[in-house]
Write a protein that binds this ligand. Structure first.
Ligand code: ZN
Length: 153
């Protein structure tokens, strides 16, 4: 799922659970729960892609996604509920860590990340009915909207 959806969930967690360690682990748990929902990210990588193409595609998507997340974060800090910054930081780190490790794995192919990468990929699309891009965007926008409305008010 997009970093923006995971990050918005982290903001909701930071609003609801004021302890940094709890926020970190709930952020981490939320990542896997959200990735479990079919969300159409499969189109980002095609089986015939080279490693360089995968890195280029993932980096491009991650940069755009991170910029959108920063916009949501700015709005949250500006008009959202008051939260402690260490709690918000912990929730963001927990919720974004799996995708950061995935990016690190794509870039380095470090063996110690291989089992984690396998687990992370395996929780995606348990129904084995991949969504196309527009269906995935629709699902992620609906989830983001629901999370954002609960977070900001
Ligand atoms: Zn993920």
């Amino acid at each position: 799922m997009y970093l923006t959806v995971h990050g918005a969930t982290a903001m909701l967690i930071a609003k609801s659970f004021p302890h940094p360690l709890v926020a970190f682990f709930l952020g981490l748990l939320s990542h896997f729960l959200l990735d479990f929902i079919p969300h159409g990210d499969e189109y980002l990588i095609k089986k015939h892609f080279t490693r360089a193409q995968i890195i280029k595609r993932m980096f491009g998507a991650a940069v755009l996604d991170a910029l959108i997340l920063l916009g949501f974060l700015a709005i949250f800090m500006w008009v959202g509920p008051i939260v402690k910054l260490p709690v918000l930081f912990a929730a963001l780190v927990g919720s974004l860590l799996p995708d950061a490790l995935q990016g690190l794995y794509f870039a380095t192919e470090w063996k110690w990340l291989k089992n984690f990468q396998y687990f992370h990929v395996s929780i995606h699309n348990p129904t084995k009915h991949p969504l196309n891009w527009s269906q995935g965007i629709m699902v992620q926008c609906l989830i983001l909207t629901a999370i954002w409305l609960v977070t900001i008010f």
